[in-house]
Design a protein around this ligand. Structure first.
Ligand SMILES: NC(=O)c1ccc[n+]([C@@H]2O[C@H](COP(=O)([O-])OP(=O)(O)OC[C@H]3O[C@@H](n4cnc5c(N)ncnc54)[C@H](OP(=O)(O)O)[C@@H]3O)[C@@H](O)[C@H]2O)c1
Length: 293
């Protein structure tokens, strides 16, 4: 079977063009879209993600205000910082980079971000709205998965979707989005996790298989249905044969190619689309504020 390798970068570029037009329109109205990114501690992966957000944002006329906070700070200090950002009229979106060091009360910090500026949908208030199907923001990675399916004209209505991974930022919100009673929803969803017994039984049933577990090459050819759509959310850094670091997904890309109808690569699949969805959420936040004021 010929497998279509989905080009996430091309999809991201299309979204980028639309966003550029939107930011030009906003600037014509004297509004500069601006987001604050809070970094607590020195996690290298999240610092590098922020760098990439900043680089893309600059090209889109979006300002990114990075606030670095020492790991030795306390909850009260960070909450104060968040409160200031909530009240700052020039800041439209707030992103707290993960991982938040374990010495902080993560839930308390996330709850203190204004739901109207919570562009990655980390505040439980916004997550609850996603569950109800009526929301302003949804998390950017699940939105990225939906966007990819939409761009590839893959209709999920009535289909059996299996999601492997039940995290609060990917698996659970994605399952809720697929259940919404409208376009891009109405699917039948199974969510699997590390305690699922006989995982291949479920993955082989999937017409659309979404994998977000953080385990390199875990999904093998004998775990997928022939002709399925496979979306690989995983990003794992592994050593190649020459001892160099490379990024791979949760799906064994080579093994599964040829067995399924659609497959996203890593890198170049869900990742670039996710970043664009975050920036789309920021523009949504700007528009929401403009309408409300
Ligand atoms: N492309 C992107 O934009 C993007 C964005 C976010 C994350 N990611 C990547 O996606 C992956 C998952 O991220 P996450 O934040 O959702 O991870 P997470 O919070 O660690 O959750 C992982 C989930 O996978 C399940 N799991 C782990 N091993 C499993 C196994 N062998 N069989 C079945 N289920 C298993 C876990 O089950 P339990 O709940 O039972 O522990 C958990 O629900 C990571 O590689 C991450 O880097 C990519």
């Amino acid at each position: 079977m010929k497998t279509r390798i989905i080009d996430g970068r091309a999809i991201a570029n299309e979204i980028k063009e639309d966003l550029l037009q939107e930011t030009k329109d906003l600037i014509a109205e004297n509004i500069i879209p601006r987001m604050a990114v809070l970094h607590i501690g020195e996690d290298p992966a999240s610092l590098s993600y922020t760098k990439s957000i900043k680089r893309i944002s600059t090209k889109l006329n979006i300002e990114v205000d990075v606030r670095k906070i020492e790991e030795t700070a306390d909850d009260a200090y960070v909450i104060d910082e968040i409160k200031n950002l909530n009240e700052d009229k020039n800041i439209h979106g707030i992103l707290i980079q993960e991982p938040i060091p374990s010495s902080f009360n993560r839930e308390k910090l996330l709850l203190s971000v204004s739901p109207l500026k919570d562009i990655d949908c980390m505040n439980p208030v916004n997550l609850g709205r996603v569950m109800k199907g009526k929301f302003l923001f949804a998390p950017s990675t699940p939105l990225g998965v939906l966007k990819i399916l939409e761009c590839e004209n893959i209709d999920v209505e009535g289909k059996h979707i299996v999601i492997v991974g039940r995290s609060n930022i990917v698996g659970k919100p994605l399952a809720n989005l697929f259940l919404i009673k409208e376009k891009n929803g109405n699917a039948t969803v199974t969510v699997c996790h590390s305690k699922t017994r006989n995982l291949p039984f479920f993955t082989k049933m999937a017409e659309v298989l979404i994998v977000a577990i953080g385990n390199p090459g875990f999904i093998k050819c004998d775990m997928v249905k022939k002709g399925a759509v496979v979306i690989d959310v995983g990003i794992n850094s592994v050593m190649d044969n020459e001892g160099k670091h490379k990024l791979v997904g949760d799906v064994d890309f080579e093994a599964v190619t040829g067995a399924v109808a659609y497959l996203t690569p890593v890198p170049g699949g869900v990742g670039p689309v996710t970043t664009m969805m975050l920036l789309s959420n920021l523009i949504k936040a700007v528009r929401e504020k403009t309408v409300k004021s």
